[in-house]
Design a protein around this ligand. Structure first.
Ligand code: ADP
Length: 481
């Protein structure tokens, strides 16, 4: 029993106005899709929130045509400083409507309102502000004296950070002068549809941003459309590989942000209080639905017991439940399918001999839930040490020497992120230089900033998003131009 209980602190949902059904946002208007509508739900309650259009390949064709027209007639002719003004306008409107976005994101995704309010939405607006500044300075980005946009960009995003992933994609594409057809993930379309309304409010010329909802087949139609010049995808390694196979031999450019199995390395001199917070943030932030999650904890053997004891204590205090409660730390799993995947892999952990410990908590009876869980006694051969779980499940391994930590951390087909916890700057830099991961955090974890490039090594993907490197992916350079 904790020394005191928290009274419920529910966020009101009155600010959002969810329509009973939505069409596709093409050429500045919502139109009926040709496919069959499907229901989108609140994963914390299983309540149906709205009916969503499923974009067919004919709808994708309409959207690509609208994007091509807008590119040729308006967007590519507009002075860059004017493009920048639209991005600033969108960023400001996102800030003004921040609460609406946060509530809607939490309702449709299941993430705690504290996170959507304090992280997802402010960061999404920050991406538009950052890229607004670049729009008229591209010739100073070190990417050639007159870098050119690709033209029409197809963008496919996942359900874990619906609005934030949209902004990672749309902001750099528009700043560099491309027009966009974006497909949100099937389970989380609502904030993308609210963003369509923001585009209208900002007076963005019709066709510059088109949003076509639907599932894998809609995404596949976008990838294979002959008049799309570049594909930007964030999602699973499996689908990323299929996309790479589909576009090989075409003139399309591609960036892929795929899976991860990030190592979070704790040396024996690590500042312990901060480290425990960093481990918790690394794996339980957003229910572990994070491609760069610190899902493999590597602890130096002589502090193993101490770290685990403190970690269990801290995990016992996590509040799991209603995502709309401002005190909630861990919300709902996004879908029944994802809960099934998490459960299957965790069961494999049991069967392969690892020891399970979970936060003691009562889970709601409706909706999709998984208690924060750690597995100890994990070896490198276990599936839970090798495969991405994408849920609130941490696999704990140990090491004795820095060289062994590096060896284990890099022993993965992925290479998206890693963390290093130590009191010594020299050890931190020595370790970071040897980790094969696109992002290495030192004495922190899961920190994001629009100025900082993000992306993977190996099966975690191709290309970078964010910062100057991210602009390069949306511009033709050298012989491409
Ligand atoms: P997850 O397994 O986490 O749902 P996916 O890679 O399946 O990740 O989904 C990420 C995004 O890719 C979603 O928007 C989804 O609809 C889309 N998608 C799924 N299959 C395909 C495909 N074959 N081609 C293009 N997009 C796809």
């Amino acid at each position: 029993m904790s020394p005191f209980e928290y009274a419920p602190a529910p966020e009101s949902r009155a600010i959002v106005d969810i329509a009973s059904s939505y069409g596709l946002f093409i050429n500045g208007e919502f139109i009926n899709g040709a496919g069959t509508a499907y229901k989108t739900i609140n994963p914390a309650t299983e309540e149906v929130l709205s009916e969503i259009a499923e974009g067919s390949s004919a709808d994708i064709d309409l959207a690509v045509k609208a994007a091509r027209r807008a590119y040729a007639k308006v967007w590519s002719k507009m002075p860059a400083a004017e493009r920048g003004k639209y991005l600033y306008r969108i960023a400001r409107i996102m800030q003004e409507r921040a609460r609406e976005f946060a509530v809607l994101e939490t309702l449709n995704n299941g993430k705690p309102i504290r996170e959507s309010r304090d992280i997802d939405v402010p960061l999404a607006a920050a991406h538009f502000f950052y890229h607004a500044g670049w729009a008229d300075k591209l010739e100073h980005a070190g990417l050639g004296s007159a870098p050119k946009p690709h033209g029409v960009v197809g963008q496919i995003i996942p359900w874990n950070f619906p609005l934030l992933m949209l902004s990672w994609k749309v902001a750099p594409a528009l700043a560099t002068g491309n027009t966009v057809v974006l497909k949100p993930a099937e389970t989380t379309p609502l904030t993308a549809l609210l963003f369509a309304d923001v585009c209208r409010q900002a007076g963005l010329p019709p066709g510059v941003v088109n949003i076509v909802t639907g599932a894998g087949a809609t995404g596949a139609a976008l990838v294979s459309h002959p008049d799309v010049n570049k594909i930007a995808f964030t999602g699973s390694t499996k689908v990323g590989k299929a996309i790479a196979r589909e576009i090989v031999g075409t003139k399309k450019s591609v960036t892929l942000e795929l899976g991860g199995k990030g190592a979070n390395i704790v040396f024996d001199d690590a500042p312990m209080d901060e480290t425990i917070e960093g481990i918790v943030n690394g794996i339980f932030f957003n229910q572990g639905h994070v491609c760069c999650a610190g899902s493999r904890l590597l602890i130096q053997e002589n502090v193993h017991e101490e770290v685990l004891e403190r970690l269990r204590h801290r995990m016992s205090q996590l509040r799991v439940g209603d995502p709309m409660d401002k005190n909630t730390d861990v919300g709902a799993i996004n879908s029944a399918a994802q809960l099934g995947r998490i459960t299957e892999l965790a069961t494999a952990g049991d069967n392969e001999g690892a020891q399970r410990w979970s936060t003691p908590c009562d889970l709601p009876t409706k909706g999709f839930w998984y208690a924060p869980t750690i597995f100890t006694g994990v070896t490198q051969a276990h599936r839970i040490a090798r495969e991405e779980i994408f849920g609130p499940v941490l696999s704990v391994l140990t090491f004795r020497t820095p060289a062994e930590a590096i060896e284990k951390a890099n022993n993965t087909p992925y290479g998206l992120s890693a963390g290093v916890w130590t009191d010594k700057g020299s050890r931190l830099l020595w370790t970071a230089a040897r980790l094969r991961a696109g992002v290495v955090w030192g004495n922190t974890f899961n920190r994001f900033d629009p100025t900082s490039p993000f992306g993977g090594y190996k099966e975690s993907g191709w290309g970078r998003e964010g910062g100057r490197h991210g602009l390069a992916a949306y511009l033709k350079q050298g012989e491409q131009a």
